[in-house]
Design a protein. Structure first.
Length: 276
């Protein structure tokens, strides 16, 4: 299918409310907005989260997961915010809220979105591991970058089902070419910082270079390629030596992430947290 025609029809469907761009739940938006105010307290953040019972339960579950649990169990949202810190809780709230977007009523579309979510979780897990030694980056922001890196695929898949596009190769081409710009559009509307918007905009841009230090886009580029090893995806067969993000992240192109000490355990923990 013609790429420009599909994009035109996608934009028209959005304009006519035939499909809608993904939006964060109200509580996640309130938490993000509140974080911009210097006077906000941990108790205020906890009170906001507590208004959403499902999100509160998931946050407590994650706070007691192997990645974050301390010596004693966390049994309240307020204690979770106090122990984990407001910045980490914000990343977790947005990460947990994102999961609900990868669902649909149609069985066919729901299956696609489930696969997309599983792929995103794998990229998120690897991103978290890659960011650990990079002291200027936050591991949980890297994980969030991995989770939302392909958010632009959601409306594309919805539109493809709406118009009955069944050509798998054509759909893959559309996703590859249009997901980055669509993801940039979505995250910009959410008010995400440029560092995370860039991760969605450049996740399959192998010439990307945002500066001398690795950023979240670099981390996601490398994490995504590592996640594709053994899948037969054409990007896995690229010459990784030519991709500067590997050098900036500090990972040799001939090393699989799972070979690093403790990496597989942490990847499994993230997968369990979001897929378990």
């Amino acid at each position: 299918m013609d790429e420009q025609l599909f994009l035109t029809e996608l934009n028209e469907a959005i304009r006519l409310d035939q499909i809608t761009l993904p939006t964060l739940p109200e509580v996640a938006l309130r938490v993000c907005d509140a974080m911009e105010r210097e006077t906000i307290s941990a108790a205020d953040i906890a009170s906001m989260i507590a208004t959403d019972a499902a999100l509160s339960a998931r946050l407590l579950q994650v706070a007691n997961s192997p990645l974050y649990r301390g010596r004693t169990a966390i049994d309240s949202v307020q204690l979770a915010v106090a122990r984990l810190g407001v910045r980490l809780v914000r990343s977790l709230v947005v990460s947990l809220a994102t999961q609900g977007m990868f669902q649909a009523r149609s069985q066919g579309l729901n299956s696609r979105l489930r696969q997309l979510w599983e792929n995103s979780v794998q990229v998120a897990a690897i991103s978290r591991v890659l960011a650990k030694p990079l002291k200027h980056l936050e591991t949980d922001q890297a994980m969030l970058a991995g989770l939302i890196h392909n958010i632009g695929a959601l409306p594309i898949l919805v539109q493809a089902e709406r118009i009955g596009l069944e050509d798998e190769q054509a759909l893959e081409t559309l996703l590859d070419r249009l997901s980055p710009s669509t993801g940039e559009r979505i995250l910009s509307r959410w008010g995400f910082p440029p560092s995370l918007v860039a991760a969605a905009k450049h996740f399959n841009d192998f010439t990307y270079d945002g500066g001398p230090l690795a950023d979240y886009a670099d981390v996601v580029v490398v994490a995504r390629l590592e996640s594709l090893l053994g899948t037969g995806h054409p990007d896995a067969a690229r010459d990784w030596e030519m991709i500067r993000s590997f050098e900036k992240v500090g990972l040799a192109t001939d090393i699989e992430i799972v070979e690093l000490e403790g990496a597989q355990e942490e990847i499994n923990d993230v997968n369990e947290m979001f897929l378990g």
